[in-house]
Design a protein around this ligand. Structure first.
Ligand SMILES: C[S@@+](CC[C@H](N)C(=O)[O-])C[C@H]1O[C@@H](n2cnc3c(N)ncnc32)[C@H](O)[C@@H]1O
Length: 188
């Protein structure tokens, strides 16, 4: 099928911009799927910064990276992504977010509108020219609609002279399919 799901689109977009040697961020490590994906893309000379507020997420991600032999190129940070600017220097090629809660984990420790928007704003400032922030917005169910509604409104307010924002939403599907959002920086 031509139209792929949001996770697929997210990986597709990121793999189009990230080159070996780049510095990138996984803003919501969870079980480390995206951290591992990014670690492979940036190669031995690149760097991945991973954030999560749960020790379990760090432990799971570290194990995934070690099993794949790529843990040396990743820095895993036990802190909220809203503090990204304390750890990550400017010149980042891609920042990935998967909003919501850790699958099979505590559904109460999900991402929140206020901190998510703060983190996205800071991420945009840290991007290099033509770098992207890629967000997969999970909502409905235990996640509810509050964060989704707030971030979707926020995206419309982003300065169109500096950033392009593309939203992929399967508007005729049932059960709140995740929405993929790509923010591209057009100028420094
Ligand atoms: C949908 S899961 C991420 C799934 C992950 N990408 C994967 O591949 O398994 C969302 C994660 O965001 C984390 N999280 C919640 N609030 C956060 C915050 N302020 N900063 C960083 N991570 C946060 C949760 O602990 C959870 O692990």
């Amino acid at each position: 099928m031509l139209l792929k799901n949001s996770l697929h689109i997210s990986h597709d977009m990121v793999s189009k911009v990230v080159q070996p040697g780049d510095a990138v961020v996984d803003a919501t490590m969870g079980n480390g799927n995206d951290t591992l994906f990014l670690a492979k893309l940036v190669g031995a000379e690149g760097k991945v910064y991973g954030f999560d507020v749960q020790q379990l997420a760090l432990d799971n991600t570290r194990k995934r990276l070690e099993d794949a032999g790529v843990s040396d190129r990743a820095e895993l940070i036990l802190d909220g992504h809203q503090n990204i600017d304390k750890y990550v220097p400017a010149g980042i090629k891609a920042v990935m977010f998967n909003l919501g809660y850790l699958p099979k984990g505590d559904h109460n420790i999900g991402t929140r509108a206020e901190t998510t928007i703060a983190a996205i704003e800071k991420s945009m400032q840290l991007l290099s020219k033509e770098g992207i922030v890629m967000i997969v917005v999970y909502y409905g169910g235990d996640s509810g609609f509050e964060e989704k509604n707030a971030v979707m409104e926020y995206f419309k307010t982003i300065d169109c002279k500096k950033y392009s924002v593309l939203v992929q939403d399967f508007v005729n599907q049932i059960n709140c399919p995740p929405i993929a959002v790509c923010i591209e920086k057009m100028e420094d």
